[in-house]
Design a protein around this ligand. Sequence first.
Ligand SMILES: [Fe+2]
Length: 239
Amino acid sequence: MLIAQISDTHILAESSHRPEAGPRAEDLRRCIADINCLDPAPDLVIHTGDTVQTGAPADYAHLRKLLAPLRMPVYLAPGNRDDRANFRAAFEPAAADGIFLQYTVEEFPVRLVALDSIDPAHNQGVYCADRQRWLDACLSAAPGRPTILFIHHPPFDVGQHYIDGYRDPADRAALAAIVARHRQVRRLLCGHCHRSSQRIWADTQATTMPSVARDLREGIDAQRLAGTPLYQLHALTAR
Ligand SMILES: [Fe+2]
């Protein structure tokens, strides 16, 4: 099974006059055109959040239009730039668990679990007791199925983006404890820090990836790579 990951597209409304609006849309268009041509084709695409810049409905309308040419399904997790209500309105029914945008995707050989690490008042992540209970129950329900988790905020420090990570270190410790208990978790895919990294975390492989948006990429020669579509491919087996 092959998964293409995109992240931190920070799309603005089609009518926006901000100078970064056009290049960001073009960056996502190029990513999608490239992913559509891959052979073998990915089974699906995951977006790890900060899908739009302001959270306004017009941002989401533009994002939907840009994603429409994808030949495979796309599943999104929210980032600190996303607005839960407008995200839900744009992508229903892919995202729903009460107030949190946490959900599972069951129709592939590998089970997908989208996690919601946002707190509308802050850029840093949170993973509160309600979300922890949901994830523990979710993973307890299918211990035999290989599983990928995807979340915006990495529960470990990468660079200095927004002074790293989570407002309360106890949140990331709790998340790590849950994941370590459930041995079927194969990967944790993250966004937020706008740069590439990988590590073993809670006995699973955890990765972050650069921003699709060229003006926000960290840790690479952003000028030289401007115009290059950036996404990550993750190959998994169901055993
Ligand atoms: Fe971002």
